[in-house]
Design a binder for this molecule. Structure first.
Ligand SMILES: NC(=O)c1ccc[n+]([C@@H]2O[C@H](COP(=O)([O-])OP(=O)(O)OC[C@H]3O[C@@H](n4cnc5c(N)ncnc54)[C@H](OP(=O)(O)O)[C@@H]3O)[C@@H](O)[C@H]2O)c1
Length: 279
């Protein structure tokens, strides 16, 4: 290739790189922690692909983001309990050349003991909390690994280490997501892709207001145990390039996670929870 053509093409490549905005995909962006990730990442200049089931909420957030920060926000309504819809989103993610960050945040609670809980809801939870994040991580790696850059935040929970009545699959799926993130970090960390398992405690969102959480009474949890979504997301983004894989926002939650890993203290925590919550 003549020298001037080669110079022109390398100039074009660097021009394109400069103009390729960082892009973040956020699941569960229609409310709570996911919507807060969208706002804080838009404030950092990210373009966004927002997904959840409620298209009207996503549209309103996309407009807000365009008006406030001038970054672009595309919406992709999808039910991540639906396998085909999840595969379609994974396919879309594979086709995003400037994907910089994937936030696997979609999730929900069900507070009903296993023998009584309808199977459908439990299977939906297993899909949303484990199969969907796995498929979306795999899709994101297809463009991140060749570029040797990118980040994945899997929103797990302190429920990774706790357990209790009515939360068998919630705790088990969050333990999966935390463990999955650790091994994934072992696999891709040295190839330029950062993985974080974000493990919040009680966070003020719509999580505890959904019909499947009817049995939950916020008043049973001391006020000091609650964090804002803003604090949780700020902590996550500050720690993203720190080398810390498991991020537990707030000292009280760090203490809870540490205590729950001690067999005796874990029994005490479960007993106290049963007394406090009269179960
Ligand atoms: N709040 C807490 O105390 C707390 C503590 C620890 C961990 N977490 C975790 O934080 C994450 C975010 O929860 P949040 O507290 O922000 O709750 P939230 O306000 O209820 O938001 C949950 C998000 O997940 C989406 N979602 C739920 N089911 C979905 C499905 N089948 N398909 C696609 N999207 C779905 C919801 O959107 P649509 O309804 O529009 O689909 C919504 O955007 C969850 O993974 C949760 O387990 C929360």
């Amino acid at each position: 290739m003549p020298l001037f053509v080669s110079r022109l093409s390398s100039l074009a490549i660097s021009y394109n790189r400069r103009n390729m905005q960082n892009l973040a995909v956020i699941t569960g962006a229609s409310a709570g922690i996911g919507a807060e990730f969208a706002r804080q990442l838009a404030a950092q200049g990210y373009d966004l692909l927002l997904t959840a089931r409620r298209a009207d909420r996503l549209e309103a957030l996309a407009h807000e983001i365009g008006n406030r920060w001038g970054t672009s926000a595309e919406i992709h309504p999808a039910d991540l309990a639906d396998h085909d819809a999840t595969l379609a989103l994974a396919h879309k993610i594979e086709s995003l050349p400037n994907l910089t960050l994937l936030v696997n945040n979609a999730g929900f609670g069900i507070e009903v003991p296993i023998a009584e809980a309808p199977i459908e809801g439990q299977l939906a939870m297993i899909h949303v909390h484990t199969i969907a994040p796995y498929l979306l991580c795999r899709a994101a790696l297809q463009t991140m690994l060749p570029r040797k850059q990118g980040g994945i935040i899997n929103v797990s929970s302190v429920a990774t280490w706790t357990h209790g009545v009515g939360a068998a699959n919630y705790c088990a799926t969050k333990a999966y997501l935390t463990s999955f993130s650790q091994s994934l970090s072992d696999e891709v960390g040295k190839q330029g892709v950062t993985v974080q398992a974000l493990c919040p405690g009680y966070t003020e969102t719509e999580f505890h207001d959904t019909p499947t959480m009817d049995a939950f009474d916020r008043a049973e949890v001391p006020a000091k145990m609650w964090d804002s979504a803003e604090f949780v997301v700020k902590t996550s983004l500050e720690k993203l390039n720190s080398g810390q894989i498991i991020v537990i926002p707030g000292r009280k939650n760090q203490a809870l996670a540490a205590a729950a890993q001690n067999p005796l203290l874990s029994k005490l925590i479960t007993a106290a929870d049963r007394v406090l919550r009269r179960r």
